[in-house]
Design a protein around this ligand. Structure first.
Ligand code: SF4
Length: 493
């Protein structure tokens, strides 16, 4: 053992065990060098908040339970509190806590059913994933070690085919999947993995290289550290199907400049050659064909949406993309004036009826609707047609007239070397129309727009509300103005 390594405790928890299952090096770094972790992003914070909200609501499936809090109690006190509640024959315990062999677990819901204790793990996902089963298997191992044999182990997850109608129906919103057989089958492997993790932790840092495991099942929070030596324009910037990036990396090919071109398909070859020569690649015939397929009037449309695991309004499924804003630039004839319209919902209310009314009023019949990644806008319109069937015919007519401005960039009809293989409008715009940029905007992507909507819904301060509204207007308007300018520029090629 390396003398420089600090002694580490053999303490494990559910999250540490799952971290170790993903990558031993990640667990080693967490214990020995936590200062190397990446900062927690706002989107990760939002994910944690979502998880807590779902967990709290799922408790209502078993009302009247008693919670064992984490804050304010030591681990031993939480274990003792759980033991007391069980001895008092408490029917349901939230966050029931167990410690065995220096492994600490908190079970989301422990319920005493007709046959004995039932263990429920709550997940905000819409199905059971492999790592949920490993997580529950560790809990079963610890509970057994503490002398409890649950009669049933289940995952409670969100049912994304539930459509809210009136009061939330928790029995429909959640699905309870019995995974008792799977977690029992995994039991022999759990102590083996615990022993392996503990043995690894007292040794040198494991020599594990980067790989697909770095973001499966979670994006590892040591990525910034482990990936720090990957240079710009590496094989990992290659986009699309074709050469396997990790296979190239394992062969020692890291820079795009070192890839033998015959290993690449046509699209990847265009990317690599353009990158190396710092030169755009433009298929003018392809551009002309695309432009010829467009008929005026043109409506450049972009939606901003929110989604929630627990639907706030009727007619919404969990995680459905619900529009709260649109921006629309309309151009009636080639080279003509471009007019702008938009809609932004009022916080606390269902924005869909007003939004659709305005959209139907503004979009002339038979216009060509231009979007960037049209499948998103079409999915949103499909959701509106489902909610407002009286307008289905008109909405379907709109959907039939979509044109996706992203396609010529995705299929490399136009390849801009500065985009590094990305065909996101956020990358294409500054590379193609440098005078327009998203830089400096308070809201610069759809995720931030969604967060802004949630902020608007909880803001009590009118100044704060006005600031967020302005930021949303600026961002969404730029998305459609960007499309106007990109199409104009394509006409000059
Ligand atoms: S970034 Fe990858 S290799 Fe590094 S610790 Fe995380 S999972 Fe392991």
């Amino acid at each position: 053992m390396n003398d420089n390594i600090r002694p580490v405790s053999s303490y494990l928890s559910k999250s540490l065990y799952i971290r170790g299952r993903q990558c031993h090096k990640s667990l080693w770094l967490h214990k020995h060098s936590p200062e190397l972790k990446d900062e927690v992003s706002e989107s990760q914070d939002a994910l944690f908040a979502t998880g807590f909200a779902v967990g709290d609501l799922a408790q209502e499936l078993f009302p009247g339970g008693v919670e064992v809090p984490y804050d304010g109690l030591s681990h031993d006190e939480q274990v003792e509190r759980t033991r007391t509640l069980m001895a008092e024959r408490t029917a349901t315990i939230y966050e029931a806590t167990f410690l065995h062999d220096a492994i600490f677990v908190k079970a989301d819901i422990l319920h005493h059913g007709p046959r004995g204790w039932e263990l429920y793990e709550v997940k905000a996902s819409t199905g059971v994933k492999d790592y949920h089963i490993y997580d529950a298997a560790l809990q079963l191992h610890v509970l057994r070690g503490a002398g409890i044999e649950p009669v049933r182990v289940s995952i409670i997850h969100v049912n994304n085919s539930y459509v809210r109608s009136g009061e939330l129906d928790l029995r429909q919103l959640f699905t309870i999947e019995d995974i008792t057989v799977q977690v029992k089958e995994l039991q022999p492997l759990v102590p083996q993995e615990i022993i392996a993790q503990r043995a690894m932790l007292v040794g040198d840092m494991p020599a594990i290289g980067i790989g697909p495991h770095c973001d499966d099942p979670y994006e590892c929070d040591f990525s910034g550290h482990c990936w720090r030596n990957i240079p710009e324009d590496s094989v990992f910037d290659l986009r699309g199907r074709g050469a396997d990036r990790f296979a190239l990396y394992r062969e020692g090919i890291v820079r795009q400049a070192d890839i033998p071109l015959d290993m690449l398909n046509d699209a990847q070859r265009i990317q690599v050659e353009s990158t190396l020569l710092e030169r755009d690649s433009i298929d003018r015939e392809g551009v002309k064909e695309f432009l010829d397929s467009i008929n005026y009037p043109l409506c450049f449309l972009d939606f901003e949406t929110f989604m929630e695991p627990i639907p706030s309004f009727d007619g919404i499924r969990p995680y459905q993309q619900v529009p709260f804003q649109f921006s629309l630039h309309i151009q009636h004839e080639p080279g003509g004036e471009v007019e702008h319209h938009g809609f932004l919902g009022e916080p606390g209310s269902d924005p869909r009826a007003e939004l659709l009314k305005m959209l139907l009023r503004l979009i002339p019949g038979a216009s060509c609707i231009i979007a960037w990644n049209q499948s998103f806008e079409i999915r949103v319109l499909d959701g509106l047609a489902e909610m407002f069937p009286a307008h289905r015919d008109r909405i379907e007519q709109m959907i039939a007239n979509f044109c996706d401005l992203m396609v010529p960039f995705r299929n490399r009809t136009i390849y801009l070397w500065r985009t590094k293989g990305s065909y996101s409008i956020k990358e294409v715009l500054p590379a193609f129309v440098p005078e327009l940029t998203y830089d400096g905007l308070e809201i610069a992507d759809g995720g931030a727009a969604m967060d802004a909507w949630h902020i608007m819904n909880s803001a009590n301060d009118s100044v704060e509300l006005a600031r967020v509204r302005t930021a949303l207007w600026e961002y969404c308007k730029l998305d459609t103005l960007a499309m106007v300018r990109i199409l104009e520029k394509m006409g000059t090629l």
